[in-house]
Write a protein that binds this ligand. Sequence first.
Ligand SMILES: Cc1cc2nc3c(=O)[nH]c(=O)nc-3n(C[C@H](O)[C@H](O)[C@H](O)COP(=O)(O)OP(=O)(O)OC[C@H]3O[C@@H](n4cnc5c(N)ncnc54)[C@H](O)[C@@H]3O)c2cc1C
Length: 247
Amino acid sequence: MTPPVIEWQEGTVTAIRPETRQTKSFTLALPKWMAHRAGMHYDVRLTAPDGYRTERSYSVASAPERVGTIELTVERIADGEVSPYLHDVIVTGDQIEVRGPIGGYFVWDVALGGPLLLIGGGSGVVPLMAMLRHRAAQHATVPARILYSSRTPEDVIYRSEFDALAAGDRGFEAFFTFTRQAPPGWTGYRRRIDGVMLQEVIKPFGKQARVYVCGPTLLVESVATALAQMGLPIERIRTERFGPTGV
Ligand SMILES: Cc1cc2nc3c(=O)[nH]c(=O)nc-3n(C[C@H](O)[C@H](O)[C@H](O)COP(=O)(O)OP(=O)(O)OC[C@H]3O[C@@H](n4cnc5c(N)ncnc54)[C@H](O)[C@@H]3O)c2cc1C
């Protein structure tokens, strides 16, 4: 059966919020809003005055429970085509062409259950946050942990929201690792995600863990390989690759 065609629509930017020095969240009001499943993405299409067009995918950061709008969190890639345009040119009130929600594999909802282990690098945290926002909106008690790799403390997206979620919910814990510079006095992880770190974070969940890994290609591949080597069943590991670089 051919999948249904998802039409392009003009979303209106109703808010822009800086998250870190390199990331901003854009709220879009959609005339044809449809509930997504946490982990899905939208395509964004830009058209130049001469008709040149280009598209990129951006995960939905907001929970499906937020009706009528979606939030996208975009990292500015210095030599990129689309992300600098979104950061430097788009202002509140502008219209952006989008198509979605797209995807049915890298998705989680409360009905799928847990325990839920989320592993992200850089902007790969975006669809994972959608899963946590959905879990919170549903008041779900599914045990959940996130292991999030960033270059420096200033690069951690949604830091205060992670702290607030962890403070109000004994079923959720956030673990951070810093690959270039850790905060002063930091006693946690300060290296790329490796097998030892994964063993420690997954420990209470064991092989029952339902794992979602998202981020730069190298991170995703090395984490998925390490999890498989630890004996985690392949069908419990879902991955999404955002781009070529590492954190
Ligand atoms: C399913 C999916 C969901 C995505 N969700 C998000 C999201 O929520 N937030 C987000 O910020 N990005 C997300 N991305 C990445 C996004 O689609 C773009 O690839 C990214 O914004 C770069 O586009 P650009 O036009 O600015 O750069 P391009 O012009 O495409 O690339 C410029 C240079 O940057 C390199 N590059 C491309 N992508 C990346 C990257 N992700 N990291 C580092 N270097 C890169 C390229 O190799 C090239 O050298 C997602 C990708 C996929 C496939």
